[in-house]
Design a protein. Structure first.
Length: 89
């Protein structure tokens, strides 16, 4: 059953995707990484993976579905950080 806390949390997950997408766009534009560590981004990626399981375990379907998008965005961002490591803006 979909609940208002699930929909609210799912909305926050989508905002997270949008914010991560802004960072991805900046990296693609600048071909550089500045001010963010790979360790922190990997931690956010792992947390996103956990959320995919956790939300569905709690029957928070909306949050679980949108958590997958956050995971994908975090992994793309981490991959770009690896690709452009050593390049500083």
């Amino acid at each position: 059953m979909i609940s208002w806390p699930d929909v609210t949390n799912g909305g926050l997950e989508i905002i997270s995707v949008w914010l991560i997408a802004i960072n991805i766009r900046a990296v693609l534009r600048d071909k550089a990484i500045a001010g963010v560590t790979l360790v922190s981004q990997v931690a956010y990626s792992v947390w996103s993976l956990w959320n995919c399981y956790y939300y569905l375990h709690l029957s928070q379907v909306v949050s679980g579905i949108f958590a997958v998008f956050v995971l994908v965005a975090n992994v793309i961002y981490a991959a770009l950080m690896v690709k452009y490591r050593g390049n500083h803006g």
